[in-house]
Ligand binder design. Structure first.
Ligand code: SAM
Length: 200
């Protein structure tokens, strides 16, 4: 794949079959790892390159971040990575078949701190039910936030669909933080809530 001059890591949601055929998208079958709201994708690009036996999908809604993510993905030509600019909640609800995802990563989703905006938060019980429906029974979801109010809302939302454990301290593979936000917030000494959710 690295020598393929037509290599294009971008997925356009409208071109996916319903439900998405991930084997066709990646050209081979492998466990699927999805990061929701990956920003510029620093962490997921590194993960995908280091873990060729799984397929990685980076979803980012904001155009400015997505442009950087896509440019990096094109430049690095990682065969098991695809990037998609869209609303992850819509993509998962509309295009993901049952039990197609092995691992979800959700790091520092927008906290929407104002009371009137909180309904925009991603991790509602309804969305958690969709995450569960699309996750394999041996799957996992990793979540982190620096926002206490969001953590307090995410825990019961996730618990409505998953068994949830709190992960104290930094991730063992990344003591200085996995994503750009985590690295920054750890440096600033902010508290961070980390959760791992697994099917009950
Ligand atoms: C605060 S940033 C965190 C970026 C990265 N996860 C990190 O930890 O460094 C939240 C990101 O999630 C993206 N985002 C928020 N809601 C989204 C959605 N529904 N679908 C896709 N991306 C979303 C935002 O555009 C933004 O890039």
């Amino acid at each position: 794949m690295a020598s393929d001059p037509d290599f294009n890591p971008e997925i356009l949601p409208g071109q996916l079959s319903l439900p998405a055929d991930w084997r066709a998208v990646f050209g081979h079958s492998a466990p699927l790892v999805v990061e929701i709201g990956c920003g510029k994708g620093t962490w997921l690009l590194g993960q995908a390159a280091a873990d060729p036996d799984r397929n990685y999908l980076a979803i980012e809604r904001a155009w400015d971040y997505f442009k950087v993510l896509r440019e990096r993905a094109v430049k690095r030509r990682i065969p098991n990575l695809r990037v998609c600019r869209t609303d992850a909640a819509d993509l998962i609800a509309n295009c993901f078949g049952p039990q197609c995802v092995s691992v979800y990563h959700v790091y520092f989703p927008d906290p929407w701190p104002k009371a009137r905006h909180q309904k925009r938060r991603l991790l509602t019980p309804e969305f958690c039910a969709k995450l569960r429906r699309t996750m394999r029974s041996d799957g996992e979801l990793f979540f982190a936030t620096d926002h206490q109010g969001y953590a307090e809302e995410a825990i019961p939302a996730l618990r409505s669909a998953f068994a949830v454990t709190e992960h104290p301290g930094p991730w063992p593979d990344a003591p200085k933080g996995r994503t750009n936000y985590e690295i920054k917030y750890l440096r600033e000494g902010r508290p961070i809530w980390r959760l791992i959710a697994r099917p009950k």
